[in-house]
Write a new protein. Structure first.
Lengths: 300, 293, 362
C-alpha cells in the first residue's frame, strides 16, 4: 500500500480544487470548460418516499468525483437517474452542456454517459471481444443490409471492430482473454471488462458503481491506478460510488456525501474527513471516530 | 332485452373461462410455467363425465364427482411424471413438455374415444328461468355456470388466504427458495396446485359441454387458449385477475359474435387483449415488477 | 483466433449439412430408395427447416418467445398464391421466375406485417409478449377466414363478405374465405426448397455475425446493460422479429406452392407450436440444431406410419422424453459414469504415470 500512497499523494498535489460560486468546487484545470455533468434539483419519488431529493452537483471535465454515503443513502439511485434507468420526478441533468430531458438510457449513453453496475451485468454468453465490440456499437457504423449481404462495408467495419476492441482490451492487459466467454471470467476480470465496455462507448463521463467491491487490497490498488490512468488517457470525468474509503480518499478530487437521499456534504477529501455531519451519518450521533468513518486510511 | 341476454350468456361463457383461467394462473404463479396441457384436462374431464353417464349410467352428480376426481389424479400424475424432473430446467423446455402432454392427452382420447364428436346431453335437467313475462329466458345451465364460478372463486379466495396450505401456496409463488427455507414442502405444494387446477378444469369441462354439447378430442384446446388469454388479461398469477379476465373475455366474445360476426369474433377478442395489454402491460390486476438495477 | 475458427467451422458445417443432405436425397431418390410418401414430404421439410431457422432468430438469438410464427407463414403463403396467380394470368410461364417473385413479395409483405405487429408487441416482455404474438397469429388466421380475392381481366377483386360479392363475371377465385386458396399451381420443387433453406440460413447466420446481430444478442443477454452502452433495444428486437417474419413468409410461399389447396385454419396456434418445438429441440440459437430437428420431426410421423393409429401418441411420448430424460437423476448419474470411464481410459491410454496417479487420487 505504501507505494500506492505515494502515488496518490502525488496525484492529489497535482490537483488544485478551487471554490466556484454556485457550483461549490471544481479542479482548477477544468475551469472555463463546460462541466461534464451538471445536476440541478434532481429528485425521484418512489410512492411518496423521496429516494433522492434536491441533488445538485457539478463534475468538471476531467474530475474524479466520489459519491459516498451509508447503505441505502440513494447512491445507486443517483446513477440510475443519471443514466435514465429511472426517470427523474423533478430536476435537470445536463451532460456536457446538453439537457437530457426526455431521453432514454440509450440516448444518454450516446450523449456521453457510460456506467458499470454494482451487480455485474455483462453479456455473459458472448465473448470478451464481442462485449467490447457491443460497446463500440455507436462508434462504428454498418447497417443490417450490408451485414446480411456481406458487402465490402461489412468487412471494413468488422476489421475496425476487431482492431479497436483489441486495442482497448490491450490497454487493460486483457487482450489474451479476447476469445473467452465473458460469463466464465473470474470476478475481477469481469469487473474490469465492464469498465472496458463502458469506455468503448466513448463517454465523457464514466460512472463506476462500487468498482472495488469484492476485490483484495492488491486488486484494489491496481484498480486505483487504472482509474487515474483512464482519466489521464481518455481525458474524461469519472464519478464513482465506493465503500472502500482508502480508494475514495486517495483518488477522488471532489467528494459528495449522500444520506437519506440528500447531499449532506461536498468538498475535498480533507474537508469531508473533518466534516462532523459526515462522521455522524456514518457512525450515528455521539460516536467518536472508529473503523467505519471515512478516513483516508494509511494515506492520510 | 337482447343486450341483457347476450350479457348473461357472456357472463356464463366467461365464468367457464374464469374457472379454467384459475388453473392456468395458479400453476403459473407457483411453478412459473405455462401449462398448455391444461386445456386438454378439460376435455378429459368432459369425457369422463360423458362416459360415466352414458356407459355406467351414473347419476349426474356422481358423474361430475368422478370427473373431478379423475382429473385431479391426472393432474398430479402428469405433474409428477413430466414436470417435476424439470423443476430447474429452462422454462421453454417445460413449455415444450407441456405441449407434449397436450398432444399425448389429445391422441390418447382420439384412440380411446374415436374422432367422431360425441353429443354431450346436458346433465342439468332443471327448467329454464323466465323473467319479464318470458321475454328474458335464461337456461338453467347458464345460471348454474355463473353460480359455480362464484362458488369456486369464494372457496379459492378463502382457501388461499385462510388455510395453512393456501398460505404455503402463496409463499411458494412469492419466493420458492425462501419458502423452502421456512420448512414448506414445495413439491407437495406444487402437486396440490396441479390437483386443484385440474379438478377445476373438470368442472369447467362439464359446464362447457353442457353449454356447447359437442365433445371431441380437440374440444379443450381453443377454450384453453382463450382461458390462458383471460389469465394474462387479468394479470397472470392473480386469482381475482383470472376471474375478472375470464368474465370480461366471455362477454366480449358473445357481443362480438352477436354484433360483429361469428367469423371474426375470436379476432375481436384477441384484439381487445392486445389493446388492454398495451395500456396495462402487466394485465388488469397484475403487479408490474420492475427489474432491480 | 481459436474462437474465430470455431465460429467459421460451425458456419461451414451448417451449410455443408444442407448440401450433403440435398445430395444424399438426390442420390437415394435416383436409386429409387425413397418412398413415395417421403418424396411428398421433401418440400414441406424444407419449408419447416426455413421456419425453424427463422423462428430461432426470434426465440434463440433475440430471446423472445413468439407463439405466432405460423401467422406470418400464412401471410406469405396467401400473398404468394395471389402473386403467382396474377403472374400466371399475365402469361408468365417460367415456374422458377413465378416462384422467385412470389417468394420475394410474400417475404416483403410478411416482413412488413411483422414490423407493424412488432411495434406494439415489442413494448411487452416475456410471457406477455408470448401471449400477444399468439393473439396476433389468431387474428391473422381469423382475418384470412373472411377474405375473398378473385382475379379477372379487369384486375384483382377483393371482398370481405363472400365470393359472390367479388362482382366478377368470368374471373377465377384465388382466395375463398374459410375454404382458403384453391387451384394453386404446384410449382415448388425440392431444389427450390433447398435454395430457400440456404438463403434463410445465410441471412440468419450473416445477421448474427454482424454489428446488428451482436446488438440483438446483447439485448437478449442483458437488456439494461445493452441500453447502458447505447443500444436502441426496441430497434434490434424489432429487427430480429421483422427479419424472422419475412423469412417465415418466404417459407410460407414454398409450403403453399406444394399443395393445390391451402386453408387458413392450417396456420393455427398448433402450427406455431410445432415450429417452436423444432427450435427448442434443436437448441436455442443453434441454427444447425434447428435444421436437424425440423427435418427429423417432420419425417418422424412418416417413419411411424406402420403403427398409424399410435404414431401421434408416440410422437408426443418422444417429445416428452427428449425434454425430461436429460433432467432425470438416473440419466445424469449414467452420463457421469460413462464420462468418468472415458476419462479414465483416455488417461490410461496416454500411459503417463502422472496421469494415472492423478486419476486414482480423484
Amino acid at each position: 500500500m505504501s507505494k500506492f500512497s505515494d502515488f496518490a499523494k502525488a496525484r492529489r498535489e497535482g490537483t488544485k480544487m478551487v471554490p466556484v460560486p454556485s457550483v461549490s468546487i471544481m479542479p482548477e484545470r477544468d475551469l472555463g470548460k463546460a462541466p461534464a455533468l451538471e445536476c440541478l434539483h434532481l429528485g425521484i419519488d418512489f410512492g411518496g418516499l423521496k429516494a433522492v431529493d434536491d441533488f445538485n452537483i457539478t463534475v468538471g471535465k476531467t474530475e474524479i468525483c466520489g459519491l459516498i454515503g451509508p447503505n441505502g443513502a440513494g447512491k445507486t439511485t443517483v446513477f440510475n437517474l443519471l443514466t435514465k434507468v429511472y426517470t427523474p420526478t423533478r430536476g435537470t441533468i445536463m451532460v456536457d452542456g446538453h439537457d437530457t430531458a426526455g431521453m432514454g438510457p440509450a440516448r444518454v449513453n450516446q450523449l456521453g454517459v457510460a456506467r458499470t453496475f454494482q451487480n455485474i451485468r455483462l453479456f455473459n454468453s458472448l465473448t470478451v471481444e464481442e462485449n467490447v465490440q457491443i460497446g463500440l456499437h455507436n462508434r462504428i457504423r454498418c447497417g443490417m443490409v450490408p451485414g446480411i449481404l456481406r458487402l465490402p462495408r461489412y468487412w471494413k467495419s468488422e476489421r475496425e471492430f476487431h482492431e479497436q476492441a483489441l486495442e482497448l482490451l490491450d490497454f487493460f492487459g486483457m487482450a489474451d482473454l479476447a476469445g473467452h466467454e465473458a460469463g466464465s471470467l473470474p470476478y475481477g476480470a469481469q469487473r474490469r471488462l465492464e469498465i472496458v465496455r463502458a469506455l468503448a462507448t466513448g463517454p465523457k463521463l464514466l460512472l463506476l458503481d462500487e468498482p472495488a467491491a469484492g476485490m483484495n487490497p492488491s486488486e484494489t490498488a491496481e484498480l486505483m491506478e487504472n482509474i487515474v490512468k483512464i482519466r489521464d488517457q481518455f481525458q474524461i470525468a469519472i464519478m464513482l460510488i465506493e465503500h472502500d474509503m482508502s480508494l475514495v480518499m486517495n483518488i477522488c478530487e471532489g467528494i459528495c456525501v449522500l444520506n437519506f437521499g440528500k447531499i449532506i456534504a461536498k468538498g475535498t477529501p480533507e474537508e469531508i474527513q473533518a466534516n462532523p455531519q459526515v462522521i455522524e451519518a456514518y457512525l450515528g450521533s455521539g460516536a467518536q471516530g472508529g473503523a467505519g468513518a471515512p478516513k483516508g486510511g494509511e494515506a492520510a | 332485452m337482447e343486450i341483457l341476454t347476450n350479457l348473461i350468456n357472456g357472463m356464463s361463457l366467461g365464468s367457464v373461462y374464469a374457472i379454467i383461467a384459475l388453473g392456468y394462473t395458479m400453476v403459473y404463479g407457483i411453478a412459473k410455467m405455462l401449462n398448455f396441457a391444461h386445456g386438454d384436462v378439460i376435455m378429459v374431464g368432459a369425457y369422463i363425465c360423458f362416459c360415466a353417464i352414458s356407459y355406467l349410467g351414473l347419476p349426474a352428480i356422481a358423474a361430475v364427482l368422478l370427473a373431478v376426481v379423475g382429473c385431479t389424479v391426472l393432474g398430479i400424475v402428469v405433474e409428477r411424471l413430466a414436470y417435476k424432473p424439470l423443476r430447474d430446467a429452462p422454462s421453454l423446455n417445460v413449455l415444450i413438455t407441456a405441449i407434449g402432454v397436450s398432444y399425448f392427452l389429445q391422441n390418447a382420447a382420439l384412440i380411446i374415444m374415436g374422432s367422431d364428436p360425441k353429443s354431450f346431453s346436458s346433465i342439468i335437467s332443471l327448467p329454464a328461468l323466465r323473467l319479464f313475462d318470458g321475454k328474458l329466458v335464461i337456461s338453467a345451465t347458464t345460471v348454474l355456470t355463473i353460480v359455480a364460478c362464484v362458488v369456486v372463486m369464494v372457496a379459492l379466495t378463502f382457501f388461499t388466504t385462510k388455510t395453512k396450505m393456501g398460505k404455503a401456496m402463496r409463499a411458494c409463488s412469492e419466493d420458492r427458495g425462501a419458502a423452502t427455507l421456512m420448512g414448506i414442502n414445495v413439491n407437495s405444494t406444487i402437486s396440490m396446485v396441479f390437483a386443484i387446477g385440474s379438478g377445476l378444469a373438470a368442472i369447467a369441462g362439464v359446464l362447457l359441454c353442457s353449454a356447447y354439447p359437442t365433445l371431441m378430442p380437440t374440444t379443450g384446446s381453443m377454450p384453453g387458449i382463450k382461458a390462458f388469454t383471460a389469465a394474462v388479461l387479468g394479470g397472470i398469477g392473480s386469482i381475482p385477475g383470472a376471474a375478472l379476465g375470464g368474465v370480461l373475455l366471455g362477454i366480449i366474445e358473445i357481443f362480438a359474435r352477436a354484433y360483429i360476426g361469428t367469423q371474426i369474433a375470436d379476432a375481436v377478442v384477441f384484439a381487445v387483449l392486445i389493446v388492454m395489454l398495451l395500456i396495462r402491460p402487466a394485465g388488469l390486476l397484475g403487479k408490474d415488477i420492475h427489474e432491480k438495477v | 483466433m481459436k474462437k474465430i475458427s470455431k465460429t467459421t467451422w460451425s458456419t461451414i458445417s451448417t451449410y455443408a449439412l444442407v448440401i450433403v443432405a440435398f445430395i444424399a436425397v438426390q442420390v437415394l431418390s435416383g436409386a429409387g430408395l425413397i418412398s413415395h410418401s417421403l418424396q411428398g414430404q421433401l418440400v414441406p421439410i424444407c419449408a419447416y427447416v426455413c421456419l425453424a431457422v427463422s423462428l430461432n432468430l426470434v426465440v434463440g438469438i433475440s430471446g423472445e418467445l413468439s407463439l405466432g410464427h405460423a401467422g406470418f407463414m400464412s401471410v406469405g403463403a396467401f400473398t404468394g398464391v395471389i402473386v403467382a396467380a396474377c403472374l400466371a394470368r399475365a402469361g408468365v410461364e417460367a415456374e422458377v421466375l413465378i416462384f422467385a417473385v412470389s417468394a420475394v413479395v410474400g417475404a416483403v409483405v410478411a416482413g412488413v406485417i411483422g414490423l407493424i405487429v412488432g411495434i406494439p408487441v415489442m413494448r411487452l416482455r416475456g410471457d406477455y409478449l408470448a401471449i400477444v404474438t399468439l393473439a396476433f397469429g389468431e387474428i391473422i388466421k381469423n382475418l384470412l377466414n373472411i377474405i375473398y380475392i378473385g382475379v379477372d381481366d379487369a384486375g384483382l377483386h377483393f371482398s370481405m363478405r363472400d365470393s359472390a360479392s367479388l362482382g366478377m363475371e368470368q374471373g377465377t377465385i384465388i382466395i375463398n374465405g374459410p375454404k382458403g386458396a384453391v387451384g394453386i399451381d404446384k410449382i415448388s420443387t425440392f431444389v427450390m426448397g433447398i435454395v430457400l433453406v440456404l438463403i434463410t440460413v445465410a441471412v440468419v447466420l450473416n445477421l448474427v455475425h454482424s454489428r446488428s446481430g451482436r446488438a440483438i444478442m446483447a439485448v437478449r443477454d442483458n437488456r439494461i446493460a445493452a441500453e447502458s452502452v447505447g443500444i436502441n433495444v426496441t430497434k434490434y428486437r424489432l429487427m430480429a422479429f421483422a427479419v424472422a417474419s419475412a423469412l417465415a413468409g418466404a417459407a410460407g410461399v414454398l409450403y403453399a406452392m406444394n399443395y393445390s389447396t391451402i386453408i387458413p385454419s392450417q396456420f393455427d396456434f398448433n402450427q406455431s407450436i410445432l415450429i417452436l418445438v423444432y427450435v427448442v429441440l434443436g437448441g436455442m440459437g443453434n441454427v444447425r440444431g434447428s435444421i436437424i430437428a425440423a427435418a427429423f420431426l417432420t419425417v418422424l410421423p412418416e417413419l411411424l406410419r406402420p403403427i398409424n393409429d399410435y404414431r401421434m401418441l408416440l410422437y408426443a411420448v418422444v417429445l416428452i422424453l427428449v425434454m425430461v430424460v436429460p433432467h432425470l437423476k438416473v440419466y445424469q448419474r449414467f452420463v457421469d459414469m460413462i464420462r468418468v470411464r472415458v476419462l479414465k481410459r483416455s488417461a490410461a491410454s496416454e500411459g503417463a504415470a502422472a496421469a494415472e496417479g492423478g486419476a486414482s487420487h480423484e
